[in-house]
Design a protein. Structure first.
Length: 376
């Protein structure tokens, strides 16, 4: 069901933006695309430096290019959120950027109904000739908008990005389970140095390794786990898989699709290891192309990867952080993606997936499905 909240004034609309985004942006420019008189999302970008100069036209073209990818967008409203004073010299702060965006929007046939700024000491419209030089008082912004089931929007775009807590005892239990699984895999695969035998192996580790007989089923079951109460051997088995790029890519393909996609990706991986080409349609999922994933599946997978990253041994953390980074990117949450892959690269500067996602974020590249509206 579509919820309709009417913003009768610029003040109403400015107060509404955090509820549209789910947080209160800081040092950001939010572009709110419209179809007719209805908003169809929020795009947030970091504010460029105020002295960006000639770069502003290129930056504005990139921003508006993102809006133009929305097939049914016919208008846009830029909103600046900054902790700087409202007035910068003889202009509203970031006025050059906003005017560059409006020029680019006009060139692309997008209607700009308004352009707003919320600064540390006031707010106002770049299009309002009667706006006071110091801006309007923030006390004019409504505290209540009649939003049904309002969310807490007091945090900014990075709110909640820190990993969940995992105490040392939990880390130790997962570490012991992971080492037991690795030892069991070596024995089962005949790679042991002869110092171990099946009779000496941990029964829980044997059971965990048996779950690896059906990798897609393990990945599907994992989406139903209680992330706040992970069993050590479950966590270790999934960590073991996600630390291996070939199996991690199967997991991401499956979580972005379904169990059939996981089966297909696993079979393609086997064939690729035998020298066959990897199917383009499966590979392109990793680059954000293909059918729009179920965001609930991606969110459950992201919560799981973040929980594992908090609980796993340090030498496995980069793989889990990179996995979480890709899932956040696939959800269109570049700030979250950047945080996770940056920490993955701190641990392993050569980590492949972390490097790829980092390059996506740096280039402002989002998955193509991020521009598709649900149900289209």
């Amino acid at each position: 069901m579509t919820t309709i909240i009417k913003a009768a004034t610029a003040a109403d609309f400015l107060a509404l933006v955090p509820h549209l985004a789910g947080y209160t942006p800081t040092e950001s420019i939010a572009l709110i695309p419209f179809r007719g008189s209805r908003t169809i999302g929020v795009m947030r970008f970091d504010l460029p430096p105020v002295d960006a100069g000639e770069e502003l036209d290129r930056i504005a073209a990139t921003f508006i290019g993102m809006v133009c990818k929305l097939a049914d967008a016919d208008g846009v409203t830029p909103v600046v959120f900054t902790d700087d004073p409202f007035r910068s010299d003889d202009d509203i702060v970031h006025g050059e950027l906003v005017r560059a965006i409006m020029r680019r929007a006009d060139a692309c046939g997008l209607h700009v109904a308004d352009a707003l700024c919320l600064a540390a000491d006031g707010w106002g419209s770049y299009l309002d000739p009667e706006c006071p030089p110091e801006g309007r008082s923030r006390s004019e912004l409504p505290a209540e908008l009649g939003v049904p089931e309002p969310r807490d929007v007091s945090g900014d775009q990075a709110a909640g990005v820190d990993l969940p807590c995992a105490d040392l005892a939990e880390k130790e239990r997962v570490g012991v389970a992971l080492r037991a699984i690795e030892a069991t895999v070596r024995v089962v695969c005949g790679e042991s140095d002869g110092s171990g035998s099946m009779a000496e192996l941990d029964p829980q580790a044997i059971a965990a390794v048996c779950s690896l007989d059906d990798i897609p089923m393990l990945f599907e079951d994992a989406l139903r786990w209680d992330v706040d109460h992970l069993q050590p051997y479950d966590a270790a088995a999934l960590t073991w898989c996600l630390a291996r790029p070939s199996l991690r890519d199967v997991a991401l393909s499956q979580w972005a699709g379904d169990m059939v996609a996981g089966d297909d990706a696993l079979e393609a991986q086997r064939r690729w290891e035998d020298g066959e080409d990897y199917p383009d349609d499966l590979a392109l999922v990793m680059f954000g192309e293909g059918p729009r994933p179920d965001p609930d599946r991606l969110q459950r997978a992201l919560d799981l990867a973040r929980r594992l990253a908090a609980a796993c041994p340090r030498d496995a953390a980069a793989a889990l952080l990179a996995t979480a980074g890709w899932l956040a990117w696939a959800l269109g949450r570049s700030t979250y993606a950047h945080w996770h892959v940056s920490r993955a690269l701190d641990l392993d500067p050569d980590h492949g997936l972390a490097g790829i996602v980092s390059s996506f974020v740096s280039a402002g590249h989002l998955p193509e499905w991020a521009f598709e509206r649900p149900g289209r």
